[in-house]
Design a binder for this molecule. Sequence first.
Ligand SMILES: *Cc1c(COP(=O)(O)O)cnc(C)c1O
Length: 324
Amino acid sequence: MSDSIVELATFPTPVEPAPRLAAAIGLGPDDLWIKRDDLTGLGGGGNKIRKLEWTVGAALAEGADTLVTTGAPQSNHARLTAAAAARAGLEAVLVLRGSPGASRSGNLALDGLFGARLAWAGDVDQTGLDAAAAEVCERLREGGARPALIPFGGSSTLGARGYVRCGEELRAQVPDLRTAVVALGSGGTAAGLVASLGSAAVLGVDVGALADPADAVVRFAAPLTSAALAPDRLRVRRDQVGAGYAALTEPVRGALRLAARTEGLVLDPTYTGRAMAGLIAAVRDGDVRPGERTVFVHTGGLPGLFGHTEAVAYAEEGATAYEG
Ligand SMILES: *Cc1c(COP(=O)(O)O)cnc(C)c1O
């Protein structure tokens, strides 16, 4: 496994108290803290930067000149791969599900700003998306380029090492941490946290990106820890997926507004909104309790809010007329 990492952000990210939000969801005012991994800096920030430090480091060590990765049109990972490529002096090709739509806002606008080339794969499943990416790599090689394929979501055992470091930061910043709550998408983020904090300390809230997210977490984390891991021993909530990855659920609407109005904290409709809705549900059913230290890992995603038509409309509805 490559040990060459490329520095893309400034660490450690801060941990901040959220007393008004804590009280609003039924915790004590000092129980809830936010790990601000939305403030990783590069390219608008977010959790994918920590993973990219490892995967782009490996790509550079192999002599790659082009990063290729896959994702949904509003993929934060694809956007940050494009930003990392720019920062490292590489080209980027993003292989995206679907077809070019009318709206190019949110992450897609930033992809364009970072100079990434887009390859639309059509309406395919993950296997089809991977096949499209393999074909793009083949064509790049035929053209004399040296592509490196970054896995879906940047998640692999190598990428997860970035979140081992986040876990180490958390241990130093919040020594009495009982539960770290985090959105669970492609699994690398939760895997790194599980490897460094232990599976009992990590509550993953599934966003519906994978058929079997707990399996993925164990697969990525196992080589990074001597602890025995089993998928059914992980704390994973699957009650926030709703109608699917792109859907704006009722609990997420509530979570977006609550975090914004109690702490000035912006969540996104796909990941951090679901993670917060999952935390609220966990307090309600007793999995997370008052008097214990809980950290909400804010993984970023703000551009995705602006790329989500329904979420933007919901946000706009919140402004009422001033009748002075
Ligand atoms: C990708 C992403 C996640 C999930 O991280 P994974 O490592 O894919 O599980 C959480 N939050 C945001 C904002 C993301 O973009």
